[in-house]
Write a protein that binds this ligand. Structure first.
Ligand SMILES: [Zn+2]
Length: 149
């Protein structure tokens, strides 16, 4: 695989790899051998989930075909689960590659979030939820969905 031209954020450790390995506590909505869905502590919508490959891959350009397929399946299943759990009139999906595109963690991730009561999603400051709070969001999303990853 050739190197891309994307500028990546510099970090000492990958936060998503730390969450997936259990090194740092985080709410994992679901995981398979290829893909995982995490409940972010920075909720920018109503039911805001982050879908990642289990393997550390910096950007969209670094994914295998199998990973691409597994990820988009989970993005769509999570969107459906958010629809059922939170009954929002909109669901936003976004994904950034490279610091020039505002990527902050160099492990490719898709955001999936139900829209806020006033519409849209919050891109400014949001409070950081506790793990108990993100566990409750996961429980609500899982309630009507037996398979997400
Ligand atoms: Zn990683």
């Amino acid at each position: 695989m050739t190197e891309s031209n994307l500028s990546l954020p510099e970090v000492t450790r990958c936060a998503f790899c730390d969450y997936l390995s259990g090194r740092r506590p985080f709410t994992i909505l679901c995981r398979s051998d290829r893909v995982a869905a995490l409940v972010t502590r920075e909720q920018r919508g109503v039911g805001h989930i982050i879908v990642v490959p289990v393997r550390h891959a910096p950007t969209l350009l670094d994914l295998s075909e199998d990973e691409r397929h597994a990820i988009i399946d989970t993005v769509a299943l999570v969107a459906k689960a958010i629809d059922e759990a939170f009954e929002r009139p909109g669901i936003a999906v976004w994904q950034n590659n490279g610091t020039a595109a505002h990527q902050t963690i160099p492990h490719v991730h898709f955001h999936v979030a139900g829209t806020l009561p006033d519409g849209g999603t919050e891109f400014g400051e949001v409070p950081e939820l506790t793990i108990d709070e993100t566990d409750r969001i996961a429980a609500k999303i899982r309630a009507g969905s037996d398979h997400l990853c």
